[in-house]
Design a protein around this ligand. Sequence first.
Ligand code: GLU
Length: 548
Amino acid sequence: MNYEKLAELLFPHVDKTPEDYEAAYPQRNLPEGAKVTRLGPSPTGFIHLGNLYGAFVDERLAHQSGGIFYLRIEDTDDKREVEGAVEAVISSLDYFGVRFDEGTTVDGETGSYGPYHQSSRGDIYRCFAKWLTQQGKAYPCFCTEEEIQTVRDQQESLKENPGYYGKWAKCRDLSYEVIEERVKAGMPFVLRFRSDGDAQRNFEIEDGIRGTLSMPENVQDVVILKQNGIPTYHFAHVVDDHLMRTTHVVRGEEWLSSLPIHVALFNALGWSLPVYCHTTVLMKMEGETKRKLSKRKDPELSLNYYRSLGYHPRAVREYLLTILNSNYEEWRIANPDAPAEEFAFTTEKMSNSGTLFDLDKLNDVSKETLVKMSSEELYDFLCAWAEEYKTELAELFKADREKMIRILSMDRTGPKPRKDLVYCEQIFEYIRYFFDAYYRPEEGFPENVDKGDLLPILKGYLETYSAEDDQETWFGKIRELALSLQYAAKPKDFKKNPDQYKGHVGDVSTVIRVALMGRSNSPDLWEIQQIMGEAQTRSRIEAAMAAL
Ligand code: GLU
C-alpha cells in the first residue's frame, strides 16, 4: 500500500506538516524543573469537587516549580456542551483560588500555545492524523454501527476480548482501490490507529501518584478521528499535551485503563511522554462502607454547594490540601500561620486508593480557618455571600456594620476562642437572634427551674437591669436576684447544700438567656446584651414574660 497516496486521498486539504507545528509551538523557555500542567474540562457546566481536587494538584505542581498552569477546553463532544459553561468553570475555580497563567479566559485566550479550545484545533489534529496515515499507522474504517455490534456479539459469544483489533479489525487491510472507491462514493469513515501492540506483552510506566505501573500493551485500533473529522479524547489530548508542552497530566483514575492507548499514540508519533498522574476518586463513608461520591446522591460533590452555603474558599482549600497530601496536617500544626502555598506539595504523598471526603472534617477545618480570620474580613465575606445568595440578608448586614462586627467578634479572641462559626448560612443561623425580624425562640426554659419562678426571675431582672453596668456589677445583680429567690449565688454553694436551695445562679441566668435569645447556650450573655442595647434587651424579656 502506498500510504502517502492514501494520506493524500483522505486529507487533500492538509497543507501543514508536523514540523510546521513543532516550530510554531517550540519548547517553552522555563527554568529547569518547571512543570507545565493543564486543566482540560469538558464544557458540560458541571464542575465538581473532584475537578477542584485535580486542579489544586495542577496548580501546585506548576506554581511551586515556577512553571505554567493553563486552561484548555475539551469541547470535541458537542452534545455535552452547555451555554455559559466555560465562564462557570472559570468563575468557580477562581472562587476557590485556582488561577490560570494561560489559556481560555472569560474574554478570549492568552498565551502562545493556543488555540485553547479543542474545537478550534481541527487543522492541527488533521495534520497529525495525515502524518500517521502516511506512516501506515492509521487507516480509514467504514464499518457501520451495526457491523461493529455484530462483531461485539460474536466476540461475546466466543468469550473473546471486545473491541476492534487483530482479526476483528475488518478495515485494517483494505486495499487502496477499495478505499478510494468508497471515499469517492462518499461513504463515511472514521480514522483508526493501527496498533502494533501485543496483548501478551506488558510495559512499565511511572505514574506520578501511583509509582511504577505494569500494564498490557494496547492492541485496540482505536478511533482517532470520528466520522465528522473531530478527534476523540485519546488523540486530541495526546496532540495537545505534546504541542502545548505539558510536562504533567493530572487526571482522574477513570482514564487509567486507557493509558496504554495514550502511550501507544505518543510512541507512534515519536514524542516523549508527559508524567501521568492519576488521582483517586473521592469517596465518602456511608455507614460502615466507603463509596464513591455520586453526582446524583451527594449534593456536596458540586462546587456550588460550598459556594451557595458560603464556605470560605480558604477553608475548602485548606481541607482539600489535608486530603491531598498525607503530611499536610502535620505541617499545618507546625506552621499554624504560614500561607498554604509554603507547604511543599508532592504527588508522591497522594493517596492512590480512594480519598475519603468527610464533611464533618471540612467543617472542623473551616472553624479553625474562620477563627484565625479578623471579624472585619469575615464581615466582608459574609456581605459578599449574602449579596449573591441572600439579598435580604445583605441589607440587614450592611445596615449596621459596627454591630455586625461586634457580633462576629463575640468570644473569638483571647487564648480560648470559641469556634462556632463554620460557613455563612450557618453563621447567620447562629446569630439570627440579634435581628428581631428573624428571631424565633428555639428552646424552652430549663426544666429544673420551677415554672412559678420564671416570672419573678424575669421581672426581678428587668427591675435592676441597666445597660450601663459593667460585667461584674451586672453579674453581682444576678447573684442577688438568685439569692432573693432561693437560688444559690454560686454553683458550689448549691452543690454543698442542695436542700437549702432550688438551684443556683446558673439556672437563673439560663432563664434570662432563654428569654433573650431563645437558646440556653450562647457566647457571653453580658456581651450579647451590650450589643443588643437596652431597648432590644428589655423588649425581648418583656415579650418572653408576656408569653409565659
Ligand atoms: N476532558 C477530560 C475530562 O473532562 C479531561 C481529562 C484530562 O484531563 O485529560 O474528563
